[in-house]
Structure formats: structure tokens, C-alpha cells
Design a protein around this ligand. Structure first.
Ligand code: S3P
Length: 173
């Protein structure tokens, strides 16, 4: 909707499987503001899935498209933005996100993340011989980046998506 009163966007960052898209969707509905998902925007522009883009054009190409999407969002209305798990790693992207609004790290531990992604086939970075070990290594390497987000919300597996969205609202207040 367009009836929201947000001055700046709320940008969810963190690992794949942390719930950025699900929580972001619920949060935007709750606040009556637009919702945008960076992966979805990339897919829409490329007319290909994230997995297809990685396979055909490689990760650097995907990262370039991801930065373009973040830049393009600067000229749009404030809303809730969920980013892909790699979006907050580059300093230039973190600077763009700081201009968009408040960054929130949806922090989740390895077991929660693994339980969410283990049966999905949509994450090209996890197409390895030992995807759980890969996920663990990504988490460890990325935490120092995610911890630069302005706020942190702990993902709790026992909370519903709606309750997670409420937790984000309480945290940004
Ligand atoms: C990635 C996470 C994915 C997607 C791409 C790369 C990453 O987004 O952008 O597969 O580097 O962690 P989600 O975090 O929405 O799964």
C-alpha cells in the first residue's frame, strides 16, 4: 500500500534462511508500506531465477545486478526492503543501504538456517558436496559484516512470522 508514514526504509540483512523475505513481507503489510525484495527485483529485470543467473553469468555478474537494484531503490519511496544474503558484504552496498534507511540484521544460528534451507534448491552457493559445512563457513565469514547493521533482531524458530515482524517493529521504534 501507499498509506505508510515511514520516513526511511527498513532494510533487512542477514543470511539466507534467516527469514528476511517472509518477515519483510509481513512487516510491510503491517506498516502499510511497499515491500521490495532485492533477489526478486534482480530476477524480474533479468527474466531469470537467481540460480539461472549464477549458472549462466556467474556470481560477479549477479553482485553487479544486486548493487544496481540497491542504487535504483534510492529513488523510490521508503518501504521494507529485504536483501539477498550477500548484499551487505560489500562496503559500497553497505553505504547504499545506509542511505536507504535503517539496516536490521536478522540474526539466526546455524541450525535454524540449515533447517530452513536444507530442503530447498534455490541457493546456488549451497550446491556443494557438504552444504551444511558451506553454510557454516559462510555464516562465520559474514558475521563481522552483518554485525555492522544498525540494529539486530534475533530470529527465534518458535516465533511466528507475524511475531517476528512485531519484534522488528519494537526494535526500530
Ligand atoms: C545469497 C543469498 C540469496 C541470493 C543468492 C546469494 C548469498 O538470497 O541473493 O543466492 O550470497 O547469501 P537469500 O538470502 O534471500 O536467500
Amino acid at each position: 500500500g501507499s498509506g505508510g508514514t515511514l520516513k526511511r526504509s527498513i532494510v533487512l540483512v542477514g543470511m539466507m534462511g534467516s527469514g528476511k523475505t517472509a518477515v519483510g513481507t509481513a512487516l510491510a503489510r503491517m506498516l502499510n508500506v511497499p515491500f521490495l525484495d532485492s533477489d526478486h527485483e534482480i530476477e524480474r529485470a533479468a527474466q531469470m531465477s537467481v540460480a539461472e543467473i549464477f549458472a549462466r553469468d556467474g556470481e560477479p555478474f549477479f553482485r553487479a545486478r544486486e548493487s544496481e537494484v540497491l542504487e535504483r531503490l534510492l529513488s523510490g519511496p521508503p518501504g521494507v526492503i529485504s536483501t539477498g544474503g550477500g548484499a551487505f558484504l560489500a562496503e559500497s552496498n553497505r553505504a547504499l543501504i545506509a542511505r536507504l534507511g535503517v539496516s536490521i540484521w536478522l540474526r539466526a544460528d546455524l541450525n535454524l538456517l540449515w533447517n530452513r534451507v536444507r530442503h530447498k534448491n534455490t541457493r546456488p552457493l549451497l550446491r556443494t558436496a557438504d552444504p551444511k559445512a558451506t553454510l557454516s563457513a559462510l555464516l562465520e565469514a559474514r558475521e563481522p559484516h552483518y554485525s555492522q547493521a544498525q540494529l539486530v533482531v534475533e530470529a527465534e524458530p518458535e516465533l511466528s512470522i507475524t511475531d517476528m515482524a512485531k519484534k522488528v517493529v519494537q526494535t526500530v521504534k
